[in-house]
Design a binder for this molecule. Sequence first.
Ligand code: G16
Length: 544
Amino acid sequence: MNIRTVLTQPFSDQKPGTSGLRKQVPTFQTRNYLENFIQSIFDVLDNYQGKTLILGGDGRYYNRQAIQIILKMAAANGVGKVLVGQGGILSTPAASCVIRKNQAFGGIILSASHNPGGPDGDFGVKYNTENGGPAPEKVTSAIYERTKVIDQYKILDSEDVNLDQLGSLTMGEMTVEVIDSVADYAELMQTLFDFSKIKELVTSGHFKLCMDSLHAVTGPYAKRIFEEMLGAPAGTVTNGVPLEDFGGGHPDPNLVYAHDLVDTMFAPNAPDFGAASDGDGDRNMIVGNNFFVTPSDSLAVLAANATLVPGYKDGLAGIARSMPTSQAADRVAEKLGLDCYETPTGWKFFGNLLDVGKATLCGEESFGTGSNHVREKDGLWAVLFWLNILAERQQPVEAIVKEHWATYGQNYYSRHDYEGIETDKANTLMEQLRAKLPSLKGTQLGTYTVDYADDFSYTDPVDSSVSQKQGVRIGFTDGSRVVFRLSGTGTKGATLRVYLESYEPDTSKHGQDPQVALADFIKIADEVAQIQTLTGRDKPTVIT
Ligand code: G16
């Protein structure tokens, strides 16, 4: 066994974003780039020698090569055992599940989530800690600091592992176990949901389910769970084979990128229920027959109906949502007498709330929903949750959501993304906006009075850590809001996200096109932030 110490030089751009380090593939293929980042992770961790690490990814281009490198580096750094998903595949929620089940010290998940893949696409590395969740900021900051000074890494000279063959082997003194990517996750799902009731529904002959895996990681999970375990007809899962470039698509489950599913679900005689998931399986989009459910509404509906589902039959401890997510869930929490937490964007901010039992369900406007069953958002979990509710309530998706609005009021919601803006222009826009905030309170924008205008700052109620500058919020006295932030997950230029929300208690005004219902706020957003003037863009790239 030969452990080599390789001299290296730091890269200046290895600061993890909202969810790990994401870069274009050629950057990760640069000599020592991946190795530096992985060694920096090992360098900042304590007491992992001899213990278990979980490793897998979403199957995108460079996944297999990166796994071989990481295995050899793990062996050289004294890791005891690595559990790696077969074919290098582990969805993000499955990795979280496997970390927790095996009491691993952590996991390395290779994914750039919803970003496109392929030789010119994106790649990414996330580190998750022993609770199964994304590393908190204090860990990612330490990793980043380490990347700035790293001068060597360790790697074992060894043959590549056959990732397709289940079973155990040794690599130096380390054990490598290639595990079934789906089994532990599917088993966990069975403990939460009423599989026999869902099976009755999906095999009844009068309910059609359609799951689009977008050629990304959920294919094998969805086929095993929906088609094999729940008996849905073959073909229920479409685009179910993970491909290194996602078939050339953009594995982002929204109305723009999951267009095949949207076409199917908005056709005459559409299926009853459609869903899609993203590159690494943590996001979900829920669509009924000719009816789209916003992620914010989805969280609220799941919360309001949670006691119908076995895993949540005793009720919820609390609900948490990211700040830009609509306040629909807050209304459910209020009615149920639950605490509701508002966190910055990024699933890592839910970790403490879940760990200490303050929250049971969490959700984000960016198509992420999850619970305390793992420490990541979970796409197929959300689909099963919806199916369980549908099986209990025996109503169409649209009827359930409209009834929800009638009870709680409707939070009209939309997000406008301006992708690929020049970084300087985006920063100028945010700086100018921030400078205006102190003078906005009490003024009129359009016909609305500004109630508050600030840059969101979050103090974690568990460890008191403070995260500042998490998004500019302008709230109006009628409860409506406009929120601005720059994405932390893109790899090209900057993406400006504008989040728009208004509240409508009057049932007769429910169900309008959100772009129409929110038209005043769309105009206000452009005026106050000078979007068109400063970016040169007259419309968003993506509207969700
Ligand atoms: C990640 C984070 C999410 C976040 C999303 C969007 O999701 O885990 O919590 O909401 O990015 O972040 P941003 O607005 O900064 O682009 P994923 O699915 O990409 O891992």
